[in-house]
Design a protein around this ligand. Structure first.
Ligand code: BGC
Length: 276
């Protein structure tokens, strides 16, 4: 148990990657603040699982696209557990719309939930970490699309590219306070955000062909990377992204199956999904 006694806040913590992160941090001994906006019953179920692991947790209803709610979230963590050691900016959505058809409302929603929440989540968590002393860890869940264009998912790519620079810049700014800021860049993960793809065997085949390891990740395979980065074993890693993508991003210059995968995304219907 490498995180015994630590306090972690996970945004969008009751489903998808967020849920796997919550459970792995709890397995490592951390007490957890689970942020959520929908499905309170899923949060309650998680709280029970965490109690069974011998850790404490609280669910907090907070819409992280609103700065006031983020402030409330960090405040709730401090009231319940007295401190914040680990902040995981995980909440995310995508609209699968192109630069030609994205509406202002879709653009704002994606940017607010993905990028603005990570920016102010970093700000409020870092202020608390500095106040309490002893450093901290901030982990941003980005994507291979922080760097690799996904045609037909433009606002999402913008938001993830912004999170990449947030990680790098805040990581440099906060290093003197011993606060490490790291991003985890997953490829395709079997979570609600990929439901449309997962329900379509032809799309799944194209996606799997685009991944050198030939399959999607499980959410747990991302949770374990986050737990490692939150621990002392990662004490010299900051201001960078660690990719857990089955080899997708190293094959960036290869335009075989990958090109086939990205060109299919425009064809899928517009939808909103995400880990909240
Ligand atoms: C996106 C998915 C996509 C995957 C691989 C993720 O970041 O949310 O829509 O399937 O990247 O391209």
């Amino acid at each position: 148990m490498t995180l015994k006694g630590k306090v972690a806040v996970v945004t969008g913590g009751n489903s998808g990657i967020g849920k796997a992160v919550v459970l792995e941090l709890a397995r490592q001994g951390a007490n957890i603040v689970i942020d959520y906006v929908v499905h309170p019953e899923a949060t309650e179920e998680l709280e029970k699982q965490i109690a069974a692991l011998g850790d404490q947790s609280i669910g907090v209803l907070a819409d992280v696209s609103k700065v006031a709610d983020l402030e409330k979230l960090i405040g709730a963590a401090v009231r319940a557990f007295g401190r914040v050691d680990i902040m995981v900016n995980n909440a995310g959505v995508e609209t699968r719309t192109s630069v030609l058809d994205t509406t202002e409302a879709q653009y704002d929603k994606v940017m607010q939930i993905n990028l603005k929440s990570a920016f102010f989540g970093t700000q409020f968590a870092a202020r608390q970490m500095i106040k309490q002393g002893g450093g901290g860890r901030i982990i941003n869940i980005t994507s291979v699309h922080e760097d690799w264009p996904m045609p037909g998912n433009t606002a999402y790519c913008l938001s993830k590219g912004g999170m990449r620079m947030l990680t790098r810049t805040a990581g440099v700014e906060l290093a003197p306070h011993n606060i490490r800021v790291v991003a985890v860049g997953p490829g395709a993960v079997a979570t609600p955000i990929n439901l449309v793809t997962m329900k379509d065997p032809a799309l799944m085949q194209k996606l799997d062909a685009a991944i050198p390891m030939g399959r999607m990740a499980t959410p747990e395979e991302i949770g374990s990377v986050v737990a490692f980065l939150a621990g002392d074993g990662a004490s010299y890693i900051t201001a960078t992204t660690v990719f857990a993508d089955g080899g997708m991003s190293p094959s960036l210059s290869y335009s075989g199956p990958r090109a086939v995968w990205t060109s299919t995304t425009l064809a899928s219907s517009t939808f909103e999904s995400g880990s909240r």
